[in-house]
Design a protein around this ligand. Structure first.
Ligand SMILES: [Zn+2]
Length: 432
């Protein structure tokens, strides 16, 4: 058994791990790098294996940094099976098609709609706990919390190995916590929040933001991912409005993809934490669909809220909101959750006020910036430790984290789980 780390070794995007068992090769996740131009450039690095010899790919969840490079793999000749949960399948269709449409306008597009269609055809859904054949061994997916359909993968070869995918938290508003990790020899785990104990309370932080918008009669802009975060925000705001009608303000969301994802979440509400009636909020929030609706909205005076993507201000319609209200000193930008290194979101959080939009135009934000860590859908350090401990693993590989997160988690794991903890570098190979 051989493992090669082909992505997410130095950051929290670009997940891709190659597993070889008796000469048969498969991939766990096939994600895009996301972030500033330097990070995105990594998407054009050659893949260190021939996609034509790959037998199958397991996709742990639909986030673009875990699924976004699949169509490129298919374009380069991959013809095997792609395994994921039924919920991930529905979300991946939306995510990849959006990614292709953003890509297609570029000269150096990685793939197009056609490649996405060919990718979708290769997907075979497997439910959690349903055994399937992966490289001649029995494998199964089990819940990882995090977002709808997200999974960890267990492969039972000579050695058992678990790939965590992205792990969710214990008190996520929408998604139940990940169950304990099954007993295994080896774990490959994410470490996004490996150095942090999450502060704050999502409900309190949202109440503070809503009060600011309501009392200040101002415009509140929330930068949010279209997938998972958007649905959490809309349902939470609806819940707060129900209990505190005095805080009620118009709520718009400006993201076509968010609208599609809302429908998938509503359909699968039985595997979330919320009663199904809360999902009506997803239908009732006002979506900004047509140019004339945006023309009206951009002239509107507060109080109201616009939720727009992307969550780390790296692209999407958030730029048109920021550009439109940049000179309003009363406007409030709410950054929710993790802001990756070298992203405009991180820069704004650290006090920078000038960022560039997708076309290179300056945006100088004059208003307030409010932030909360409480909305992250990633397990924090104590939660990662508890999950890793339950595995009883003798060896742990740490990926999908910034350097200090991995180092910090490594020292804690070393005390509580095992001394054999490795932080692989890009394309490094280990024999298990
Ligand atoms: Zn994720």
């Amino acid at each position: 058994m051989k493992i090669q780390f082909c992505g997410a070794t130095d950051e929290v995007t670009g997940s891709m791990t190659l597993l070889e068992i008796d000469g048969r090769c498969g991939l766990i996740d096939c994600g895009l790098y996301q972030g500033d131009a330097g990070t995105a450039e990594k998407n054009f690095l050659p893949i260190p294996f021939d996609p034509r010899v790959l037998e199958s790919v397991v996709v742990t969840h639909a986030h673009l940094d875990h699924s976004g490079k699949l169509p490129y793999l298919v374009k380069k000749g991959f013809k095997g099976a792609i395994f994921c949960t039924p919920e991930t399948y529905e979300l991946v269709k939306i995510i990849l098609s959006d990614s292709a449409s953003l890509n297609e306008s570029k000269d150096d597009a990685l793939y197009n709609e056609e490649d996405v269609k060919n990718t979708i055809k290769l997907i075979r859904t497997v439910k959690w706990e349903q055994p399937f054949d992966f490289l001649g061994e029995t494998a199964k997916l089990f819940p990882a919390g995090h977002i709808l359909g997200a999974s960890s993968l267990l492969v039972e070869g000579d050695k058992t190995i678990v790939f965590s995918g992205d792990l969710g938290r214990n008190n996520d508003l929408l998604i139940p916590p990940p169950p304990p990790c099954p007993a295994t020899d080896v774990v490959v785990m994410e470490s996004t929040y490996g150095d942090r104990v999450r502060k704050g309370d999502a409900i309190n932080d949202m109440m503070t933001f809503l009060t600011k918008v309501r009392k200040g009669n101002t415009v509140g802009i929330i930068a949010s991912f279209a997938l998972a975060r958007g649905q959490t925000l809309i349902t939470l705001i609806a819940e707060i409005f129900k209990v505190h009608p005095e805080l009620k303000v118009p709520l718009y969301f400006d993201s076509p993809m968010m609208k599609e994802v809302n429908a998938v979440y509503k359909k699968h509400s039985e595997i979330t934490n919320l009663p199904w009636e809360m999902f009506f909020a997803l239908e009732h929030a006002d979506s900004v669909d047509y140019p004339r609706e945006w023309e009206t909205l951009k002239r509107k005076t507060g109080p109201f809220i616009v939720i727009s993507s992307s969550g780390m201000v790296t692209g999407g319609r958030i730029f048109r909101s920021l550009s439109n209200w940049q000179n309003d000193p009363e406007a409030i930008l709410f950054l929710v959750g993790y802001q990756g290194e070298n992203t405009p979101g991180r820069a704004l959080l650290q006090g920078e006020r000038m960022i560039k939009d997708n076309e290179g135009n300056d945006i100088i934000w004059q208003g307030e910036i409010f932030s909360s860590e409480a909305f992250s859908s990633h397990a924090d350090q104590p939660e990662l430790l508890t999950w890793a401990k339950s595995s009883g693993a003798k060896r742990i590989f740490l990926i999908h984290g910034e350097k200090h997160s991995k180092e910090s988690l490594k020292s804690k794991l070393g005390l509580e789980v095992t001394k054999d903890i490795l932080i692989p570098i890009m394309n490094e190979i280990y024999h298990l």
